[in-house]
Design a protein around this ligand. Structure first.
Ligand SMILES: Cc1ncc(COP(=O)(O)O)c(C=O)c1O
Length: 448
């Protein structure tokens, strides 16, 4: 039996930053050598050992990734992959970004954690940056405040609590506690966030869920008068749905939500956890629509991979939240806040955001080109660097994902039989050319 020391030995020996370019020239499946057999055995053996102690929750390919650089990831066997996932829209600045790595190293030597018993010098700076980026639009401009936490789910969980507190505090309707969300939404997996995620696959095993959550049809304006009423305290929507299959909200839908929330005194919550923070070419996703929420939740890319989330609330919502209403041990730590501040200060520059917009247009165009004439593709859609290739019913997204990976490109699936592309925001047009050339050939191979 191989020892762990022996199992981990091989990876760095192999083509450290070996780059796969284009489908035809790629040698992902290289000729077997003695070392290949060894590393293959290492991977298989390690995964078998790991499976004995890790709870089985995820379907994953039999690979172990060891390091990353820019838009590339490298596995234990020394193969390189073009990462079109960015850790599910997280590694906005790619892997091993020098400025991020520098802040991590410096802050780690200074102060990592305090708890919220005490103030630190970074959390306020991060919150100021997030509020400043609201850009003085509408009622967002003054008095917005930030709660810092550790994940998207936690950011939404806080938003649910804040919406309920607001509903109870404003007006005198004791029944104003209903939360509305929409079909295909994903808001997280804690019981609160899961109650707002109307997917029977995720909800059914954990029923009963939290009462007074109702669901409407995404992008359907006609239903809103009945759906959102005097008992509604909060309405959750993703400006662009991610897990649900890359579905942008229409401008008219968000506008109608804003109007109806104002009519009944409900809080409008934009879940920008996947689509926000630069991915659409503006700092916040809602700036693409020019419609302001009362709460916005963000997480994934905020610290380029460190677990950080934030719930940003308007002055009116902030005014009902009192000390002790909510809290966290880890949230807003000096370490996480320093890293998030660095990441956000890079993303916020107009030049960076314009680049994302331009590359988003290019990615969509190249994906459409790759899919043109394919009998397997129902639709290619997206906004910014968030693109979905929806395959026809009965065509396997898993086969697409597996074939792309075999040829050196990492992609993931999403709802509605869609292949989801959420690459690092630092991706270059040449990387997009490489990825889409692979997609074209994958589709051709699947048609054979
Ligand atoms: C829109 C949206 N909201 C919430 C979440 C949950 O975030 P997390 O996994 O960080 O808890 C996700 C995660 O995919 C998401 O895409």
């Amino acid at each position: 039996m191989l020892t762990i020391a022996r199992l981990t030995r091989a990876a760095p020996l192999r083509a450290k930053f070996q780059v796969h370019r284009g489908f035809s020239s790629m040698s992902c499946v290289r000729q077997a050598t003695h070392l290949d057999k060894d590393t293959h055995a290492s991977t298989a053996q390690r995964l078998q050992e790991d499976s004995k102690v890790l709870l089985s929750l995820y379907g994953r390919p039999s690979l172990i990734f060891t390091h990353g650089q820019g838009v590339r990831l490298f596995d234990l066997a020394g193969r390189s992959y073009l990462d079109m996932n960015a850790g599910i829209a997280v590694n906005a600045l790619g892997h091993n970004h020098p400025q991020v790595t520098k802040v991590i190293s410096e802050q780690a030597q200074k102060l990592i954690h305090l708890s919220n018993l005490y103030h630190n010098e970074n959390a306020g700076d991060l919150a100021r940056l997030l509020v400043a980026q609201l850009n003085g639009r509408g009622k967002w401009s003054e008095g917005a405040k930030v709660f810092l936490c550790n994940s998207g789910t936690e950011a939404n969980e806080a938003a649910i609590k804040f919406a309920r507190k607001y509903g109870k505090a404003k007006g005198n309707n004791p029944n104003k506690d209903t939360i509305v969300s929409f079909s295909n939404a994903f808001h997280g997996r804690s019981l609160g966030a899961l109650s707002a995620t109307p997917n029977p696959k995720y909800q059914a095993p954990f029923a009963p869920l939290i009462p007074h959550f109702v669901h409407g049809e995404f992008n359907n304006i006609a239903q809103l008068k009945d759906l959102i009423n005097e008992n509604t305290c909060g309405v959750f929507v993703e400006p662009v749905q991610g897990e649900g299959g890359i579905h942008p909200s229409t401008h008219a839908f968000l506008k109608a939500l804003r109007e109806r929330c104002d009519e009944v005194g409900a809080v409008l919550v934009f879940d920008e956890i996947q689509c926000g923070l630069g991915r659409l070419g503006s700092f916040y996703a809602h700036q693409q629509y020019d419609i302001t929420p009362d709460i916005v939740t963000i997480a994934k890319p905020i610290a380029n991979g460190l677990p950080v989330g934030a719930t940003i609330v308007s002055e009116a919502v902030a005014s009902v939240i009192k000390p002790g209403d909510h809290g966290t041990t880890f949230g807003g730590s000096p370490f996480a806040s320093a890293v998030a501040k660095e990441v956000c200060s890079i993303i916020q520059t107009p030049q960076f955001l314009q680049g994302v917009h331009k590359k988003g247009v290019y990615l969509l165009e190249k994906c459409k080109e790759a899919a043109a004439g394919s009998k397997l593709v129902a639709e290619v859609r997206g906004k910014g660097l968030m693109v979905g290739i929806q395959l026809n019913e009965g065509v396997s997204t898993q086969t697409f994902v597996d074939l792309a990976r075999e040829h050196g490109v990492l992609v993931i699936s999403a709802g509605c039989n869609t292949v989801r592309l959420v690459p690092p925001l630092i991706i270059q047009e040449s990387d997009i050319d490489e990825a889409t050339a692979v997609f074209k050939q994958v589709l051709q191979k699947m048609e054979q």
